[in-house]
Design a protein around this ligand. Structure first.
Ligand code: 5GP
Length: 194
């Protein structure tokens, strides 16, 4: 997605060869116009798949997931990282390890919001090692729901998550695919082959 690539080039900060910071439009401050365009693009990609629910992970997945949900006119559910006081015990849980933060935590979704009648589109902000996606897939499986695919805002192709998921036949659509963050520069995949 051209507008997203331009925004990453303009405002993304390369923190290391492994990590890109996009706090100014996705992970802290949020650009609603860009989010709307992303929602339209995810909806275009998955419109024919009969999606009934979008599943994401708090907090950074919520903005793009909500915009896609608005376009597809389906509810958006976000997995929680902390169990609130009001949460019933009737939940699906999965474990997610973050290589970026070197933390492991449980994610929680209420059984009331995901059932075996759902066709689920998972959306997340980044795809790196695929651990967040795996946790969400685990929850879709526990619910007995169907997985339509995974929509990612920024995939880092030099980390193994995308390949691992696609090699299992899972449809993964990424709006921007980064080939490399070497030398403080963002190179997109299609540029590498241009
Ligand atoms: P994975 O589970 O695929 O290894 O990593 C995905 C999660 O880690 C994303 O939800 C995101 O929060 C975080 N993440 C991974 N790589 C990056 C990165 O380069 N920049 C930012 N801002 N977050 C990242």
């Amino acid at each position: 997605m051209k507008a997203l690539q331009e925004k990453i080039k303009q405002d993304g900060l390369v923190l290391s060869d492994q990590v890109l910071k996009v706090d100014s439009f996705l992970n802290h401050q949020v650009d609603p116009v860009l989010m709307k365009k992303m929602g339209e693009e995810f909806a275009r990609l998955f419109r024919k798949d009969g999606v009934t629910k979008i599943l994401t992970l708090e907090s950074s997945g919520i903005s793009p997931a909500l915009m896609a949900a608005l376009e597809l006119k389906v509810p958006m559910v976000f997995a929680r990282k902390k169990k609130p006081l009001t949460q019933s015990a009737d939940v699906y849980t999965a474990t997610v390890h973050s290589f970026t933060k070197n933390t492991t935590h449980e994610i929680i979704v209420s059984r009331a919001f995901l059932t075996n009648r759902d066709k689920v589109l998972i959306i997340d902000d980044f795809l790196a090692y695929g651990q967040a996606a795996e946790g969400l897939i685990d929850i879709v499986k526990q619910a007995g729901a169907n997985l339509s695919g995974i929509g990612i805002v920024i995939e880092k192709a030099f980390q193994p998550g995308g390949e691992r998921l696609r090699s299992r036949g899972i449809r993964v659509e990424s709006l921007a695919v980064i080939q490399s963050l070497k030398n403080g520069t963002v190179s997109f995949l299609e540029e590498a082959y241009a």
